[in-house]
Design a binder for this molecule. Structure first.
Ligand code: ZN
Length: 360
């Protein structure tokens, strides 16, 4: 995440905070300052009141961090790379590379967070019982907060941990993609129910959470079905082999003519058969029509190999927001994959799936 500050490194995981966290820390501290027991420290004397309010608001994020760390540590045990944990205004995210599709492993990773929060809640509750004054109030708030964190995360809908728990349980009996579809469907149904309740009770928070869950469920479903569809193909299977390319000496004006003629908004720049750059609409927008392509092109080009899985194209286009990726074999350009190629393949596969379903 941009504009994040690294504050620590725990077990090889970078812990970062986003600037939006400071707003919520201030809001939370103020809330604890003005609220009475058990929601705040307004009953205490001035100094203790300020100190505990700040401490409790910081601890809220320590609790979130511990929750995310638990997910990360279990994931690392299964060989998942964890790029870092970011704490921001709505909580925390552990940035993991590819969560395993083994239901048992996914279940363990998903449960690690809520179980940690539950454990902290229980310990805090007992600590509150055996202490007194401000310290006891602090532990009581921690117990409440961690209990809410546990329950909220166990809602059986993506992107909550409960959604992953649900999918891994369903995936024991069926395929991963079918399990995702079923789990996403259940998540959407829960979101709709929450939305209706939120609407009639005029609860804006419930409405927002419902929307968040609905979008999360749709997104997860989209990614997994695409991965499933494209897993049967390599880039070589789906790429366009006739590539319209330009040379470094081509004039910008000619590139514009090509764009009008072929309706492609990006062209590989090739010199002696080798890819040296790519020129897209954004590169030539403010350029002189008589300038050469080599003066405006991007030299850092993301490329694919024909043997790469087709899903890679889908993933890169989504992550980097690019529409066309050249395919290179032994340094020479072998083809190109575009976003519209992927859409067409997808339409075709959806159609084939319907055909197969009709046959069976
Ligand atoms: Zn979690």
């Amino acid at each position: 995440m941009d504009s994040s500050l690294r504050i620590a490194r725990i077990a090889g995981i970078d812990v970062m905070i986003h600037w939006s966290l400071f707003i919520i820390l201030f809001v939370l501290s103020s809330y604890f300052y003005v609220s009475h027991t058990p929601f705040g420290f307004a009953n205490l004397g001035d100094f203790e009141r300020i100190a505990f309010s700040i401490l409790a608001s910081i601890f809220v994020f320590v609790a979130v961090l511990l929750h995310e760390l638990a997910h990360s540590l279990v994931a690392m045990r299964y060989g998942v790379k964890v790029r870092g944990i970011v704490l921001f205004i709505f909580g925390g995210v552990a940035m993991m590379e590819k969560i395993p599709k083994n239901p048992k492993e996914e279940l363990a990773i998903a449960l690690a967070g809520p179980l940690t929060s539950l454990l902290i809640a229980i310990l805090s509750f007992f600590a509150a019982l055996i202490t007194a004054g401000g310290i006891s109030m602090f532990f009581l708030i921690s117990a409440y907060f961690n209990a809410i964190l546990t329950i909220f995360n166990l809602i059986p809908a993506f992107p909550m941990d409960g959604g992953r728990v649900l999918r891994s349980l369903i995936a024991r009996r069926t395929s991963y993609s079918k399990a995702t579809k079923t789990a996403a469907g259940i998540g959407k149904a829960i979101a709709v129910a929450m939305g209706i309740i939120g609407f009639f009770s005029l609860n804006i928070w419930l409405l927002l959470i419902a929307l968040f869950i609905y979008l999360g469920a749709s997104e997860e479903e989209k990614i997994v079905t695409a991965e499933d569809l494209f897993s049967r193909f390599t880039i070589g299977d789906i790429m366009t082999r006739t590539v319209i390319s330009v040379s470094p000496e081509t004039k910008v004006g000619e590139v514009i003519d090509l764009m009008f003629r072929y309706k492609h908004l990006g062209y590989p720049v090739v010199k002696d058969g080798e890819l040296v750059g790519i020129v897209a609409l954004k590169d030539i927008m403010h350029a002189d029509p008589n300038a050469k392509v080599e003066d405006v092109m991007s030299r850092e080009v993301i490329t694919l190999k024909p043997e790469d899985p087709a899903f890679e194209a889908f993933r890169i286009m989504g992550e980097k927001g690019i529409g066309r990726i050249p395919v290179v074999e032994n340094g020479k350009i072998a083809g190109i994959v575009s976003r519209s190629d992927l859409m067409k393949i997808r339409e075709l596969l959806d159609f084939l799936e319907v055909l197969e379903w009709k046959r069976s």
